[in-house]
Design a protein around this ligand. Sequence first.
Ligand SMILES: C[S@@+](CC[C@H](N)C(=O)[O-])C[C@H]1O[C@@H](n2cnc3c(N)ncnc32)[C@H](O)[C@@H]1O
Length: 254
Amino acid sequence: MSLASARAVPPYHGFARIYDAVTGDAMLPAIWRAFRRACRHYRIRFSNAADLGCGTGAFLACLARADRRLYGVDRSPAMLALARQRLAGLGVTLLHQDLADLRLPEPVTLITCNGATLNYASSLAGLGRIFRRVHQNTAFGGWLIFDMILGNGRPARNGHRVQRISLPGTSARWSIRIDPSGRGSVVDMTTAGLRADGSWDVVRETHRQRWFLGDEIAGLLRKQRWTVLGTSKLDGGVRSQGSGGWQQFVAKRD
Ligand SMILES: C[S@@+](CC[C@H](N)C(=O)[O-])C[C@H]1O[C@@H](n2cnc3c(N)ncnc32)[C@H](O)[C@@H]1O
């Protein structure tokens, strides 16, 4: 099997099959702990909620209860397919949308966005647009809880490393670089997955993440009529060379 013959696919198309094993399962405990802490601290109660960039649906599975209407939004069909399997019978509505054009079936009391999903916004303007759409889809007085990897104010030096991953039925090679601006990462992933007929499906996808400063994010939130109530460091799971750490934000809709 040659990784050189890989066909280009959108982000998460190939990664989806190993996402939980490689990343998702490691991040979830820290995300869930921080979420529960925020709910206790700010006395957050909700009967409807949306999880943006829901991925394989693990966080929604934790939220699911018979008396809640829940929505999961993601732009990756491969991730949504896994979420659909995991959430079958739990009454969660999954929506294939880009966050820049978010349109929920109803305004919700709580919006979450976990696992550094918003680091995929490529510019401050793009991130601002998402905050605006989130505001438009949240009920008055509603809550926004999300986490991001922050920049530390200094451009990171241009390093390069390669990571190889080998799991039953899948092997992957990640080429990880700092982006030329020094304020984000670029990961080229080549994933080989074993098909049912014994042949290999080899795909290549690029993940670009941008690290914004905490003050830039707070400024954008205020501009889009969110009051930032608090931020706190998340621990474990996410490590990114040259970034300023992994942070949770809790905001309330004006
Ligand atoms: C790092 S994963 C996080 C998944 C999940 N929230 C978790 O914590 O494990 C990022 C997810 O966000 C989705 N995503 C990234 N940018 C998006 C966008 N602009 N619109 C919709 N989904 C997006 C990706 O497809 C992927 O499923």
